[in-house]
Ligand binder design. Structure first.
Ligand SMILES: [Mg+2]
Ligand SMILES: [Zn+2]
Length: 176
């Protein structure tokens, strides 16, 4: 069985400017690359809500272009993102995939034969933490992106300063 780190993208790996989708706005979060490099032995997967598509702020193609740019940049640093799972819906669509619902993480579990009980979710919002707990993962809230605003309400297993801090905690708790 595979262990995975299932990550939110915006505010965790890339700067979250709010509905970010333009390549010119692409910026890595500080210590993101360094943190991800530590996570050897884990499949790395993105799980992202992109309601800007459903709200009509940008197109699915814009999302794909931007996301490819992110994945390519990480690849240059030797970091492989296996797959990006995306919910393109607006909240009022009441879809089955929007975090904190678990469809996307369950799809990843099936696609990569992941053992969720040995896997971790990292996000900068309560919805990320909740999705992890709703699917049997340990959940980490990072204080980058929206993390500072969300930390009071998010019931995370660990609150990490950044992805280096998160990765170190995962390596310490990854074999339990
Ligand atoms: Mg986020
Ligand atoms: Zn959805």
């Amino acid at each position: 069985m595979t262990k995975a780190v299932l990550m939110d993208r915006d505010g965790v790996v890339t700067e979250d400017l709010g509905y970010v989708h333009k390549i010119k706005d692409f910026n890595l979060v500080q210590n993101a690359v360094e943190g991800l490099k530590l996570l050897k032995g884990f499949r790395l997967i993105f799980i992202t809500n992109q309601s800007g598509i459903g709200r009509g702020y940008f197109k699915f193609e814009d999302f794909l272009d931007y996301n490819s740019r992110v994945v390519e940049e990480l690849k240059k640093h030797g970091i492989k993102i296996e797959k990006t799972y995306v919910c393109p819906h607006a909240p009022e669509d009441n879809c089955g995939c929007r975090k904190p619902k678990t469809k996307m993480i369950k799809d990843a579990e099936r696609d990569f034969k992941i053992d969720l009980s040995k896997s971790f979710v990292i996000g900068d919002k309560k919805i990320d933490v909740d999705m992890g707990h709703n699917s049997g993962c340990k959940s980490i809230l990072v204080l980058t992106g929206n993390g500072m605003k969300e930390k009071e309400n998010a019931n995370a297993d660990y609150i990490a300063k950044d992805l280096i801090d998160a990765a170190k905690w995962i390596l310490k708790h990854g074999n339990q």
